[in-house]
Design a protein around this ligand. Structure first.
Ligand code: ARG
Length: 292
């Protein structure tokens, strides 16, 4: 009898092991259950530009050690887990992202990307995962100069947008008479605004709001209308399998409410000690953390 129970028990154990294999949840990093072709086998190579809280940035621990944070980065990990691939994030300045996607050297670009139709030559777009909007910003000291978008359109103003972003199109559209300044990092835009070098700038609304927490002198003038509202993931052009499963993963993440938790956590971390931009060769921030 004892023997029979033991046999039954081990049969049960075996069955549950197999049940684990066919569970509808993918199997986790390194398993590649969908047999996806990626630029590095078994890995999901994601490029991003970590100067963009709450999307992507570095959170600093109490010793000042940086780790990638932001809701885009949490989403990247979720997708990699869902696909059963190991996540590899490659940080770079935003203006490098389009070239890498055109060259096909990354699987995904997750960088607060707007679905600008001009980019569709170099990448495919996922479904929308976040409804972002655009803003025009200045400082509290300059607030009275800018009352609406029309007031930004004067030759005497220097107005910035991040290099390679759709905010350049916004600047050209709404402030064509102003002097347009291109800056490589979102952080540079804030620094130049604070030091009075520039008068205003176009940035994503939530980025402006996140910076305002650490820079109380920042002032959001107004929302800026833009056709391709919201953010998508750039997927390696022509990798239709990857696109399909990325969409599956991101819709699940949004629908089940996990993504909303990532946003809440990112906002919390963006209000704490953080660093935005590229790390130095020693893997450390190259300047002092954001002032409080
Ligand atoms: N949404 C804008 C665009 O796609 C700006 C994105 C900038 N992203 C960043 N991580 N700095 O052009």
């Amino acid at each position: 009898m004892k023997k029979l129970i033991a046999v039954l028990l081990s049969a049960l154990m075996l069955m549950s092991m197999f049940a684990g294999c066919v569970a509808d949840e993918p199997a986790g990093p390194g398993k590649n259950p969908y047999n996806l072709k990626t630029v590095k086998e078994g890995y999901l190579t994601v490029i991003t530009s970590p100067d963009y809280a709450p999307y992507e940035f570095y959170a600093l621990d109490k010793d000042g050690n940086p780790s990638l944070a932001g809701f885009d980065m949490a989403l990247a990990q979720y997708i990699a887990d869902y696909l059963g691939l190991t996540l590899e994030v490659v940080p770079m300045d935003f203006n490098g992202i389009m070239g890498e996607m055109a060259a096909g050297t990354a699987d995904l670009a997750i960088a607060g990307l707007s679905p600008d139709p001009e980019r569709e030559d170099s990448m495919d777009f996922s479904d929308m995962y976040y409804e972002g909007k655009q803003a025009f910003i200045t400082t509290k000291a300059n607030a009275s100069k800018f009352t609406d978008l029309a007031s930004t359109n004067k030759a005497e103003y220097e107005i910035a947008a991040q290099t390679g972003t759709i905010q350049n199109e916004l600047a050209a559209q709404y402030s064509p008479n102003a002097q347009l300044v291109n800056l490589v990092k979102a952080t540079d835009i804030i620094a130049e605004l604070m030091s009075g070098k520039i008068d205003g700038a176009y940035v994503e609304w939530d980025v402006a709001a996140a910076y305002s927490v650490n820079y109380p002198d920042l002032h959001i003038v107004c929302e800026v209308p833009y056709d391709a509202e919201g953010n998508v993931i750039g997927v390696k052009k022509g990798n239709t399998d990857l696109l399909k499963y990325v969409n599956e993963a991101l819709n699940k993440c949004v629908d089940e409410g996990t993504f909303a938790q990532y946003v809440a956590k990112a906002l919390e971390q963006a209000a704490g000690d953080n660093y935005q931009g590229m790390l130095g060769p020693d893997g450390k921030p190259t300047e002092a953390p954001d002032e409080k």
